[in-house]
Design a protein around this ligand. Structure first.
Ligand code: PMV
Length: 296
């Protein structure tokens, strides 16, 4: 047996943090992929060659789940750098599981991969796992209670990397603390985020990017209130808006990684330019990529 499976990375569009607490979010699979090749070798032997994956516990756990004691050589390749926070852990978990059991259906795959990621990280909504499995642009509720494919052709997106690696687990923990200190306020913020996610969902289906941009701005204000933004992200976000973006926000846990904004095509170049001028790196990425797939 020799099989290669690839899974896409992801970008959170709206609803981060609130989605850890039962609210919805909107996530996009991106056109950068991580692939896993599995070859059967002598029984009992496991060889893992995964230079792009900083934590091989995800691969180990996938083998434990569906490896059935087979001897395996597993190697990974990725078209994206782990530094951007595009979800290499969930992509490698999903791709490895699918390579071990190619006939698995998406729901079973999601559940198995989410269990692995949750057990290792101890936290997380599973939105990244859903993007890797299903692809496209998803309306997603915590733990996969709802996973709904949104019919959107393309997203006028610009992505800027802040140059700072974010630590998702630490930021989730910060929000836990904030919620302990001020539960009512934080619950109110989560409810407000949930509301704007619902509105954005409807506006995205109508390609009303101007309105979705405004909702991104509101979402960013709430994330700032939660204390997960950073000076660098704020700098990139206000630069993008000053160059005419419809709206801009951080994407993911915050503290670093990437910011995203929506732009009209005539403003795209100007927005990219100012992001670079304030020290950001424009990441060449498109949303709405295909979910996990067997390559050969
Ligand atoms: O940092 P990222 O891109 O993995 O995003 C984390 C998003 C959170 O909502 C904070 C956590 C989660 O699992 O939903």
């Amino acid at each position: 047996m020799n099989i290669t499976v690839s899974a896409p990375g992801k970008l959170m569009l709206l609803g981060e943090h609130a989605v850890v607490y039962g609210r919805p979010c909107i996530v996009a699979a991106v056109n950068e992929r991580l692939s896993v090749t599995i070859e059967e070798i002598d029984e009992g032997k496991i060889i893992i060659d995964a230079p792009q994956v900083k934590d091989t516990r995800f691969v180990d756990a996938a083998i434990k789940t569906w490896g059935d004691g087979r001897g395996l050589r597993i190697s990974t390749k990725s078209t994206f750098s782990g530094k951007y926070g595009l979800g290499s852990s969930s992509a490698v978990t999903v791709a490895t599981l699918k390579a071990l059991k190619p006939s698995v259906d998406n729901r079973t795959l999601f559940d198995a991969a989410y269990r692995i990621v949750f057990d290792i990280q101890g936290k997380g909504s599973g939105f990244d796992v859903a993007a890797a499995v299903y692809g496209g642009i998803l309306y997603f509720v915590t733990g996969g209670k709802i996973i709904e494919q949104m019919k959107i052709d393309s997203l006028p997106l610009v992505v800027g990397y802040s140059g700072v690696k974010a630590d998702t687990v630490t930021l989730i923990e910060q929000v836990v603390q904030k919620k302990k200190e001020n539960p009512q306020k934080v619950e109110r913020i989560f409810d407000a985020i949930a509301k704007l996610v619902e509105e954005a969902k409807a506006n995205m289906l109508e390609s009303d990017w101007e309105r979705v941009g405004k909702l991104m701005d509101f979402n960013q204000e709430y994330l700032r209130d939660l204390g997960v933004s950073s000076d660098k992200l704020e700098q990139l976000i206000s630069a993008a808006k000053s160059a005419g973006a419809y709206g801009a926000k951080l994407s993911g846990a915050g503290g670093g990684d990437c910011m995203i904004c929506l732009v009209s095509e005539d403003k795209r170049k100007a927005v990219e330019k100012v992001i670079q001028e304030v020290g950001g790196e424009v990441v060449d990425i498109t949303a709405n990529a295909e979910g996990v797939r067997v390559e050969q």
